[in-house]
Design a protein. Structure first.
Length: 494
């Protein structure tokens, strides 16, 4: 269609969309810059014209309508679609958000850095997990379809279809198509599947980090990957580019490897690695091997101390997570040592209940003395202070400074209904947030990250007991809509 594209500039599609400037196209479609009205504002948009082919027209329109109903900040939103006629020929059109640039425009000049590749991969995985969870397939993962508006990466959405549908794509297959969908490789009808998206993602990942596509139809694809590709990207590419669809990793497995929840294999190990006992797993770093005997001895000594110290060993409630390597190889004794020797983090939400003996002693006192009157007691047993004080002595805290998340307008426009995110924050005695974590991240990583970053900047008038500030915990409920963001704070303790 590109031969007739330039003369179409200035024409009107469906009596509503003016073709302002030709942006690009292929043998079966053209894309132009246009404008749409949003209230009183006039916004730039992109309009794609596709040659009508008769029997598949309604199927294509139904796919666009399906995509228009999706809501994800990393998907290009579709605004309108329909049929039109230009130059005497029937066409289909779809109007969508106009991206500022795409990944294919960057690659001729340079490859992505590992940090950029990780960010790109994280955004694409987020979208694919959302689509595959709804029984949909993207079907067109490639650099030209990975776009950016500001700091937000987005995937095209005009080529989505349901898993199991026939390929039905006009034009010839390209280098990103999976082997099972190559016409020369199979005799059965070609269908769309999540495994096909995984193959295309692997091809795209290698290209973005090397500026070259790997050989796509080799019998042993994993041996042809550039060994200079850093981990975890090399291992992810190996598991994406398996010729048999059932051998490829799922989107969840790729995300786990990217976040180091799947341990890295030994160097130059074949993919996929066969299951092995823990003793045969990759060796620990030399420094870790030299220290292996020390925690065991320390653990034995601590067990002897435990027999004397008795129940005091179980009052600690700070359990820092072990590193991934320690999780694989260390015995269970050393973590107990860490639990005793590490300084305790004061978290009022985890206050241990007083024992039966303590309750009996407290009931015998006619005038209980607040523990906070003794500074040394406050330092040694801060978590028991609240439990020993009468409820009437607690003065609840207040919000002193509320910070709303910064949300790109293009991301907010993707919202359908309300996106809800719940964040828990721990507040210190001066009213500052000392820790925040997601209790309920909601359907989108983008809005979850925005809420978490905002929550960490909140300030509070601290809760107090007997006139002294104490630790407290709050729950912040964020609600994102197209019209704005609302936050409801609730103090959980004391």
């Amino acid at each position: 269609m590109s031969q007739t594209s330039k003369p179409r500039e200035g024409q009107l599609v469906d009596g509503r969309f003016l073709l302002l400037r030709y942006l690009g196209g292929s043998e079966h479609s053209d894309v132009f810059l246009t404008e749409i009205h949003e209230g009183e504002r006039l916004l730039k948009a992109a309009i794609k014209l596709v040659a009508a082919v008769g029997e598949n027209d309604e199927l294509q329109l139904s796919r666009w309508r399906l995509a228009a109903g999706l809501s994800d900040p990393h998907l290009i939103p579709l605004f309108d679609m329909g049929r039109c006629e230009l130059g005497g020929g029937p066409l289909l059109y779809v109007v969508m958000e106009c991206a500022e640039e795409n990944l294919a425009q960057i690659l001729p000049d340079r490859a992505l850095t590992p940090a950029e590749a990780r960010e790109m991969l994280d955004s694409v995985l987020d979208v694919l997990a959302y689509l595959h969870g709804k029984g949909l397939v993207h079907g067109h993962i490639k650099p030209t379809n990975i776009m950016a508006n500001g700091d937000l990466l987005k995937l095209s959405s005009d080529g989505l279809c349901r898993a199991g549908e026939l390929l039905g794509r006009p034009g010839r297959p390209d280098a990103y198509d999976s082997p099972e969908n190559a016409p020369e490789a199979i005799a059965s009808p070609q269908t769309m599947s999540p495994a096909g998206d995984v193959w295309s993602l692997g091809m795209t990942l290698v290209e973005t980090m090397t500026q070259k596509l790997p050989v796509a139809r080799a019998a042993e694809q994993q041996e042809l990957l550039p060994q200079s590709l850093p981990e975890p990207f090399l291992e992810i590419a190996r598991h994406c580019l398996q010729r048999r669809p059932q051998d490829r990793w799922t989107i969840a497995q790729i995300a786990d490897r990217l976040q180091n929840r799947i341990p890295a294999p030994a160097a130059h190990a074949p993919a996929p690695p066969p299951p092995r006992p823990a003793a045969a797993r990759p060796a620990r770093p030399p420094a870790m091997r030299q220290r292996y005997g020390i925690p065991v001895i320390a653990g034995i000594v601590l067990l002897l101390v435990a027999a004397v110290a008795g129940p005091r060993l179980f009052h600690g409630h700070s359990e820092p997570p072990p590193s991934p390597s320690a999780t694989l190889v260390l015995p269970q004794v050393p973590p107990a040592a860490k639990q005793v020797t590490q300084p305790q983090r004061e978290r009022p939400t985890k206050t241990p209940k007083p024992s039966a003996v303590e309750k009996e002693k407290n009931s015998e006192r006619r005038t209980p003395e607040p523990a906070l009157a003794h500074p040394e007691t406050q330092r040694e047993e801060p978590t028991e202070t609240v439990a020993k004080l009468p409820a009437g002595a607690v003065v609840h805290g207040e919000v002193a400074q509320q910070v709303l998340p910064e949300v790109l307008e293009s991301a907010r426009n993707t919202i359908r209904g309300t996106v809800k995110v719940k964040v828990n924050v721990d507040v210190d005695r001066s009213g500052n947030v000392e820790g925040a974590d997601l209790e309920s991240p909601g359907p989108s990583k983008y809005f979850a990250r925005a809420a978490l970053q905002a929550a960490q900047q909140w300030k509070f008038k601290p809760a107090n007991i007997a006139g002294r500030g104490v630790l407290s915990s709050w729950t912040l409920r964020f609600e994102f809509t197209r019209d704005g963001t609302r936050v409801t704070p609730t103090q959980e303790s004391p």
